[in-house]
Design a protein around this ligand. Structure first.
Ligand SMILES: [Zn+2]
Length: 479
């Protein structure tokens, strides 16, 4: 049996049937990622495998550093080919890390390359992949077509002019690229210089003179309206934990004024201000029928020496152990009490919180929308076979797996679309095994729709993006 074969990860006959009949051919609905919108709009053509695959990939840098590769070959000034060779030399040491599966699945799906990547095969794979990257089939537009990406939601700062989203919408490409509103910088009152610089950008973008807290709120409302007019129906927040120290508006306004004078908010003030803003953002999303995503639990920038040298998002973040349950419940409850709780997707980074999050969602389901509060797919350190299986199992046991809106790439790279295939195989393997053990009925009319809905249709229905033709009925036939 070869590696990454037709039935990769599919351990039973039923799993194979479910995947090939129901999951394999479905389009991709990627509702959360970090692709650069300008690369999509400009139909970027990558000059080599380094540009599309290694540039900006902190997962790979972490593995390379762990393998003893000097920083020069990760983020430093080595040439693209030298960096690629350093990565190729690391790959054989990544056995059992998800990188080993992703690497070979990606080489196969993008370039039809079946060889294992190592120091020995590096030069040949580099030449083969680069030749194909020069063709229109592997420009960003070509890639979106090849992987049948129906929707891609980027992650955007409220000050973003969204001109690339507009330009791409006019291109006639079948993929829909929509923005997502990520206002994390609006909470940063503990860092006055960064906060004030951002407030100035916000003032410009919204064309509002931000001379006080109420003008700040108006400017954010205007940007939310602007995103809405660009088809945005999704927000996102990356927080270590929820904030629930709710305060009166005048307290938030006083904190805002203090920070605008250049003084940092105290930790207690920061917590109050963040709670107030998150309450405000929740109400905004609910009023317009958006879905809110909460990514909770990262412990960021742990290596101050390398943060200073390389900046954030370079591979020095990990899993935090913040208490989550009480503040998360208080936040959701505050919005629910005011009939202002939007559809919400909760993602945890600490696997110890799996059951906490999966149980939490049940508290706020209100019968208005199936699966209104979602327990999101395995995120970041949990976006691997074991993490996905755990998320699927815990959600099955504590909630309704059938209403789950499925997988996202959450990636900065255009080489990540096979993550959907990887998830679909894991899902079909799990369900197929249950069927063959007699834990689920051997009834494809019952199980087939479960697979199809989780892999695609639930996300389309739940997110309900405007102007999107619903993909109805049976999936297209498998290749
Ligand atoms: Zn993300």
């Amino acid at each position: 049996m070869k590696f990454i074969h037709k039935d990769f990860l599919l351990g039973t006959k039923t799993a194979r049937r479910l995947f090939h009949n129901h999951a394999e051919a479905l389009p991709v609905f990627d509702y959360h990622c970090h692709l650069a919108p300008q690369d999509v709009a400009a139909n970027r053509q990558f000059r080599n495998l380094y540009e599309i695959w290694l540039e900006g990939d902190h997962y790979k840098w972490r593995a390379m550093r762990t393998n003893g590769v000097p920083e020069r070959f990760c983020t430093g000034n080595a040439s693209p080919l030298e960096k690629f060779k350093a990565w190729a030399g690391t790959v054989p040491q990544t056995l059992r890390n998800p990188l080993y599966h992703w690497t070979h699945l990606e080489l196969k799906r993008y370039f039809g390359i079946n060889e294992l990547l190592s120091e020995k095969t590096a030069a040949k794979i580099w030449a083969e992949a680069n030749a194909q990257l020069a063709t229109s089939a592997l420009s960003t537009h070509g890639i979106l077509r090849k992987f049948k990406v129906k929707v891609v939601c980027t992650t955007d700062d409220p000050t973003d002019p969204l001109e690339h989203h507009r330009a791409f919408a006019k291109s006639g490409h079948p993929t829909r690229m929509l923005p997502a509103f990520r206002p994390d910088k609006a909470l940063m009152v503990d860092a006055p210089a960064a906060f004030n610089a951002w407030v100035e950008r916000l003032a410009d973008a919204a064309n509002v003179d931000v001379n006080g807290f109420s003008a700040f709120i108006s400017a954010l409302e205007r940007r939310h309206d602007y995103f809405h007019a660009h088809g945005c129906r999704l927000s996102d927040h990356g927080l270590s934990h929820c904030y629930a120290d709710f305060c009166p508006e005048k307290t938030a306004a006083a904190i805002f004024d203090k920070v605008r004078r250049g003084e940092a908010a105290t930790p207690a003030e920061h917590a109050q201000f963040a709670a107030h803003m998150m309450w405000f953002f929740g109400r905004l999303d609910a009023a317009k029928g958006w879905t809110k995503q909460l990514h909770l639990g990262a412990l960021r920038n742990n290596n101050s020496r390398l943060l200073k040298q390389l900046g954030p998002d370079t591979g020095f973040d990990s899993i935090g152990d913040f208490p989550q349950a009480q503040a998360l419940a208080a936040y959701l409850n505050r919005l629910d009490l005011e009939n202002a709780l939007p559809k919400t997707v909760l993602y945890n980074l600490n696997p110890a919180d799996n059951h906490v999050f999966a149980a939490m969602i049940g508290n706020f389901q209100d019968g208005s929308v199936p699966g209104k509060i979602q327990y999101g797919s395995g995120w970041w350190f949990l976006d691997q076979k074991d993490g996905m299986e755990q998320q699927l199992n815990v959600l099955s046991h504590l909630g309704l797996l059938a209403r789950f809106i499925g997988m996202i790439t959450d990636s900065r790279s255009f080489m990540s679309y096979p993550r959907h295939e990887y998830f679909r195989r894991i899902l079909c393997n799990l369900i197929g095994r249950d069927v063959e053990c007699g834990l689920l009925p051997d009834d494809e009319k019952l199980i087939g729709p479960l697979i199809r809905n989780i892999c695609y249709f639930n996300a389309e229905r739940y997110l309900n993006f405007p102007g999107l033709t619903r993909t109805m009925g049976k999936p297209p036939a498998a290749k």
